[in-house]
Write a protein that binds this ligand. Structure first.
Ligand SMILES: NC(=O)c1ccc[n+]([C@@H]2O[C@H](COP(=O)([O-])OP(=O)(O)OC[C@H]3O[C@@H](n4cnc5c(N)ncnc54)[C@H](O)[C@@H]3O)[C@@H](O)[C@H]2O)c1
Length: 303
């Protein structure tokens, strides 16, 4: 298939480029930033706010993965208008371009587990769980809007979609300012790690390579007009991230526990069993295995 990836130069997008190429697809990247990993993919410099450019670009594609967005929630807080434009506004643009270009058989949206909110009183979350009713972050509201635009464009204009709700990704090419690389670098440099609360709060992580495989599985026709959680299966305590890294790196971490953050949610379980049932996808690597691969590459400086 001829596949376009908006945001294909980014962290997750670049891994998706790798996996789609390995599966024999012809891949193009649409991004304001040039790709950095030397992949055999066409690069189209373009802004997802530019509807005309999206329309002229989409004329030759069978499917478009829409990953471009403001993925850094802190920047969303600092620049809400621009961030919303490139997140939900850009999703409307991609859907509109797909409406004008009937050769595009599907728009696959990168969404997030944030759409479930933080105050959910359910131990297991599935795709049937309702959106956060009172989102406490602009990023959450913008991603919910993006998802709703997909559903509207299907109902009103027949544009097919797939919504992929990612868990917390980690792995090669991640931004340095995210939890896993911060912890790794601090342990290696012998610096203090600060944990809010007692470290017993839990998270679900997904290795970025597994996430990219999950995205690729969503090209299956069975994923048309469906929503999927794409997440890891292990519940990881924040303190266990440190303990796992200590073992892999072979060095004791210096940890300081401070007062818990207000609203620091204790964790819940997000099920990705629908993706396994319908698409045959599940993560290939355990948390520990993935972390070993990642640390090895990070410490050796390879991408
Ligand atoms: N990283 C996470 O923790 C996480 C978790 C859940 C969901 N997501 C979602 O996954 C997607 C990819 O996230 P990521 O972590 O790879 O982010 P990233 O910031 O690494 O990549 C985003 C890419 O979008 C491009 N981009 C930004 N503005 C653009 C514009 N105006 N026009 C064209 N391209 C533009 C950037 O240049 C970048 O290459 C996003 O939609 C994000 O919301 C990310």
């Amino acid at each position: 298939m001829n596949v376009l990836i908006t945001g294909g130069s980014g962290f997750i997008g670049s891994h998706l480029v790798d996996v789609l190429i390995e599966r024999g697809h012809k891949v193009s990247i649409y991004d304001i930033e040039a790709p950095r990993f030397g992949q055999d993919a066409e690069y189209i410099r373009g802004d997802v706010r530019d509807l005309q450019k999206l329309i002229s670009t989409l004329k030759k594609f069978d499917a478009v993965y829409h990953l471009a967005a403001e993925a850094n929630v802190n920047r969303f807080f600092d620049a809400p208008i621009y961030s919303n434009e490139i997140t939900s506004g850009s999703t409307a643009n991609v859907l509109e371009a797909a409406r004008v270009c009937p050769n595009v058989r599907r728009v696959l949206l990168a969404s997030t587990e944030w759409i479930y909110g933080t105050s959910i009183d359910t131990s297991e979350i599935t795709e049937e769980t309702i959106y956060a009713q009172n989102p406490d972050h602009l990023y959450t509201s913008s991603k919910i809007a993006a998802e709703l635009f997909c559903k509207n464009y299907k109902t009103l204009y027949g544009v097919n979609f797939t919504i992929m709700r990612y868990g917390i990704p980690f792995g090669e090419r991640a931004r340095e300012a995210t939890v896993t690389p911060i912890f790794i670098n601090k342990i290696v440099r012998g610096e203090d790690i600060t944990i809010h609360g007692d470290g017993s709060q839990t998270r679900q992580f997904i290795y970025v390579r597994d996430l990219a495989e999950g995205n690729t599985a969503c090209l299956d026709p069975k994923a048309e007009n469906e929503v999927f959680n794409i997440n890891g299966r292990e519940i990881i305590k924040v303190i266990d991230i440190v303990r796992t890294l200590e073992e892999i790196i072979g060095k004791k971490a210096k940890v300081t526990f401070i007062e818990d953050r207000k609203g620091n949610y204790k964790g819940r379980f997000i099920s990705s069993l629908k993706a396994e049932r319908l698409l045959g996808w599940k993560p290939n690597f355990t948390y520990r295995e993935a972390m070993e691969k990642y640390v090895k590459k990070l410490v050796s400086g390879s991408k």
